[in-house]
Design a protein. Structure first.
Length: 292
């Protein structure tokens, strides 16, 4: 019976994540009914499981990781890493896989949801890097323009000079004071210091050149990040909100007859939720920390 409950919850989770991923890629929106529907189904199923087996562990474990993933999602939201839809979905996902499915093998001292979260974050980081590369090629002309401007900015030059000094110092120390066995590692670290400024500049250039666009106010949805304050006849209609526009602000823009606004588009992050979950289910652990 336990395995049946786990199969039902796992299947529902994968279906919801697949639908949410398609929606996120197409529209940059995650319908609330997907997150709320999955959460309701999980709580109802684990509650029934606890009743039938006369063991409150299943529902308590679900609620514990609901709270943990809810807190984590809100941290990501308020630091502007994710949108509200991502926060709701990760909360539902953490609740759904709060308990390791019984049909998976392997033993780990690390809680299954923690492994899941680690896999999602690592997959997300890799995905984000590749997505940024894709955007830079898609908007090649705009990317080159922004990269050239940022790369020659005084602040960037100062950072590069500082990193160069650190790298040269490490090289000198590795051949004078450090043990010979550490030369390879030290050299890799030194090269990393040289590369980091260019990587940061490239990512910032991608953001500026590829992730801002003018959209119609009629197409705005709650949570959209409007980039600038909006004025009409020198009157402030909308003040930038770091957590995105709310429905009240959108209505004010419509009443003021504002046609378009500049909006920052985030990277669709639900696909890494799906990929990280599949990875976790397939390997029953994480390939990123082999000792787990």
């Amino acid at each position: 019976m336990i395995e049946l409950f786990d199969i039902l919850i796992t299947a529902a989770t994968l279906i919801i994540l697949t639908i949410a991923s398609i929606s996120d890629l197409r529209t940059r929106e995650i319908p609330d009914w997907l997150s709320y529907g999955l959460l309701f189904f999980v709580v109802a199923t684990r509650g029934l499981e606890s009743i039938l087996l006369k063991d409150s562990y299943y529902i308590i474990q679900t609620m514990i990781f609901f709270a943990i993933f809810f807190a984590f999602g809100n941290i990501m939201y308020y630091t502007r890493q994710w949108g509200g839809g991502d926060t709701k979905l990760i909360t539902a996902l953490g609740s759904a896989l709060a308990i390791k499915p019984s049909f998976l093998g392997g033993i780990s001292i690390v809680p299954f949801p923690a492994i899941l979260l680690l896999n999602i974050l690592v997959v997300g980081a890799i995905y984000g890097l590749f997505y940024a590369v894709y955007l830079s090629f898609k908007h090649k002309k705009e990317f080159k323009k922004e990269f050239k401007k940022l790369n020659h900015a005084p602040k960037t030059i100062g950072i590069k000079v500082g990193m160069l000094i650190i790298a040269l110092t490490l090289f000198i120390l590795s051949f004078t004071l450090f043990p010979r066995e550490t030369r390879v590692v030290t050299s890799i670290i030194a090269i990393t210091f040289l590369v980091v400024p260019y990587l940061i500049t490239a990512l910032k250039s991608t953001e500026l050149a590829c992730m801002y666009k003018q959209i119609l106010v009629t197409n705005l949805t709650e949570g959209d990040w409007i980039h600038n304050d909006v004025y009409k006849n020198k009157k402030l209609i909308y003040k930038v909100n770091p957590y995105g526009a709310d429905n009240k602000s959108i209505e004010l823009l419509k009443k003021a007859n504002i046609k378009q606004v500049l909006v920052k588009e985030g990277i669709p992050f639900v696909p890494p939720f799906l990929l990280g979950t599949i990875l976790t289910l397939v390997v029953s652990g994480t390939p990123f920390l082999p000792l787990i």
